[in-house]
Design a protein around this ligand. Structure first.
Ligand SMILES: [Zn+2]
Length: 278
């Protein structure tokens, strides 16, 4: 009858018996199907014909949902189970060579948790394949560090979707900003060169990046997505002037771009706005 009251709970009026109650779909279901333990009275006017019709609907919905759910694909079996040998431990290779590849001794397998390790490897690999993660991620030092840290904490649960895109992201951003402060404090003294270039990322989006360079280090200020915008001299100079204002124009000594005609023209506009900037 009304909008959302609290969470999933809404105000409901039964079309059959005209009774009012609050709740989510589970209470509606319990009311019609006369289920107990849902804190709602059973519908006194629903006919057994209507009831079986609703049951059928419910079952076909549940069937559809389970059909749509991702199927569980088992991980590839450990090589110690298939007997094809493993490259985890040189010790084991030596062993299996002497045993003419009759597989690793059960004690060894157990002691080094070889099966568990291989299943864990397979799970990590599956994560890469099912999310299209670039294999380069394996070269990221934080990739290895995160797993070695996690293995030190019993029962550790990795951060979820929301934590990654809110709290953790904010924390990281504020932390980086704080770390850049010492460099930014020297701008006044050393002066800043604003460097800008246009490029296309691997998703073919036209980007313009802005970097601040001074003798104490370079900082990536931002990358601007120019998709669907025509990059004429006015647009490019607008972006440059915006960045100059963020740095504070007094600190900027020069702007460095490539020699595309649109950049030269934009440079002339910047020079006429701020005569001290080269
Ligand atoms: Zn009813």
């Amino acid at each position: 009858m009304e909008g959302v009251v609290k969470g999933d709970n809404v105000s409901v009026t039964c079309k059959i018996c005209k009774r009012n109650f609050h709740g989510s779909h589970s209470r509606v279901k319990a009311h019609f199907l006369k289920l107990k333990g849902y804190g709602v009275i059973a519908c006194p006017k629903v006919t057994s014909e209507q009831q079986s019709e609703m049951l059928e609907l419910l079952e076909s919905c549940q069937q559809q949902l389970s059909n749509r759910a991702p199927r569980k694909v088992p991980l590839p079996p450990s090589s110690s189970l298939t007997g094809s040998g493993s490259s985890y431990f040189p010790l084991e290779e030596r062993d299996s060579a002497t045993k003419k590849r009759r597989g690793v001794s059960p004690q060894l397998t157990k002691a080094f948790k070889i099966e568990e390790r291989q299943q864990c490897d397979a799970e990590v690999a599956r994560m890469f394949y099912t999310s299209g993660l670039p294999f380069n991620l394996a070269k990221n030092p934080h990739y290895q560090n995160s797993y070695s840290r996690a293995s030190q904490i019993l029962g550790y649960v990795s951060p979820g979707y929301n934590q990654l895109r809110t709290t953790l992201l904010d924390n990281e951003r504020h932390h980086i900003e704080r770390m850049l402060q010492p460099i930014k404090k020297t701008w006044r003294e050393t002066g800043v060169s604003l460097c800008s270039d246009g490029w296309t990322d691997d998703q073919r989006r036209p980007l313009i990046n802005m970097m601040d360079a001074c003798s104490n280090g370079a900082i990536m200020l931002k990358a601007i997505n120019c998709e669907g915008q025509y990059k004429d001299k006015f647009e490019v100079s607008r972006l440059l002037l915006e960045s100059i204002n963020e740095i504070s124009s007094d600190n900027v000594v020069q702007v460095v771009t490539d020699n595309a005609p649109v950049c030269s023209a934009a440079g002339a506009i910047v020079e006429s706005t701020h005569p001290h900037i080269f």
